[in-house]
Design a protein around this ligand. Structure first.
Ligand code: C2E
Ligand code: MG
Ligand code: MG
Ligand code: MG
Length: 281
């Protein structure tokens, strides 16, 4: 009897595993085709100064409709793209697309603001990453100050000289660097101090319960204090409520991004939103 159970369990796992392997393979194939056809889209989410209510920047977020036509979240397809070695080509496409778009907005009379691009670890570790960034700025004619690169702590975990050198080169060009999802990684403070960066983005997992959870409130306060001490900009991600906004403002953080202000939007919609919501001189 127990042998039957064992066999059934084995069968069950084998079916499960096959399904997962199959799903991953078809996702990978679909991604490959999407890359050939440039079948991706970018959405742009406003970043605002919550006091002046002005748009101060945006983050570009990759969107993809899978083979069935439904949106596949980046949290599902980015890891597959990374494993399949497709992230370099996808990342290069994203970078160029964002610079081109930002340049087009300026040509259409919108003010110059930085637009942030998420950079995966593999991209950052490419030997010629800095050259790629410089080349894209040159071909698109975008000012370096209008590009921000978002890297996670894990990308920079290796505290070798290389990371510091690459970041210094990027910033020497005038391009900005932000640490994404800050607080979820393992950066030591000593290491953080050595990193040439411009901004910390407080991870949304801390912002979510900041009003009701004393630990999260303490963490958010600490990150804001740390940023100020190190003369870094600090921006809160995932701001959804007025109460979160009030807490953050009281704690000294005024740069925010979240559904309270706007969701990520396709380029045309983003430009309309921008023109409607914020005066600028
Ligand atoms: P991220 O860089 O931390 O991006 C912020 C995520 O939070 C986005 O999810 C955004 O849609 C979501 N978000 C913004 N405001 C709110 C809010 O108020 N509430 C909640 N619940 N969520 C909010 P998304 O677009 O699903 O992207 C997820 C992750 O995928 C990104 O996290 C980033 O790590 C990665 N990703 C997205 N686009 C790219 C890309 O072009 N390249 C790379 N390498 N990674 C990307
Ligand atoms: Mg990001
Ligand atoms: Mg983030
Ligand atoms: Mg994230």
């Amino acid at each position: 009897h127990s042998k039957d159970v064992g066999r059934n369990t084995y069968q069950y796992f084998r079916v499960e595993l096959n399904e997962r392997v199959f799903e991953r393979m078809s996702l990978e194939n679909a991604l490959r085709r999407a890359l050939e056809d440039k079948d991706f889209e970018l959405h742009y989410q406003p970043q605002v100064d919550s006091r002046s209510r002005r748009l101060i920047g945006a983050e570009a977020l990759l969107r993809w409709r899978g083979p069935e036509g439904d949106p596949v979240p980046p949290s599902r397809f980015i890891p597959v793209a990374e494993d399949a070695g497709l992230i370099l080509a996808i990342g290069a496409w994203v970078l160029e697309q964002v610079c081109r778009q930002n340049r087009a907005w300026q040509d259409a009379g919108l003010p110059a603001v930085p637009v942030a691009v998420n950079i995966s670890a593999q991209q950052f570790r490419q030997p010629r990453f800095v050259d790629t960034v410089a080349a894209v700025l040159k071909t698109t004619g975008l000012a370096p100050e209008c590009l921000e690169l978002e890297l996670t702590e894990s990308v920079m975990l290796d505290p070798g000289e290389r990371n510091v050198a690459v970041l210094s080169e990027i910033r020497a060009m005038g391009v900005r660097v932000a640490i994404d999802d800050f607080g979820t990684g393992y950066s030591s403070l000593a290491y953080l101090k050595r990193l040439p960066i411009d901004a910390l983005k407080i991870d949304q997992s801390f912002v979510r319960d900041v009003v009701v959870d004393a630990d999260d409130a303490a963490i958010v306060d600490a990150i804001i204090g740390l940023a100020h001490t190190m003369r870094l900009r600090v921006i809160a991600e995932g701001v959804e409520t007025e109460a979160q906004l009030a807490f953050l403002q009281n704690s000294g953080c005024s740069e925010m991004q979240g559904f309270l202000f706007a969701r990520p939007m396709p380029a045309e919609e983003f430009a309309l939103w921008w023109r409607e919501h914020f005066q600028y001189s």
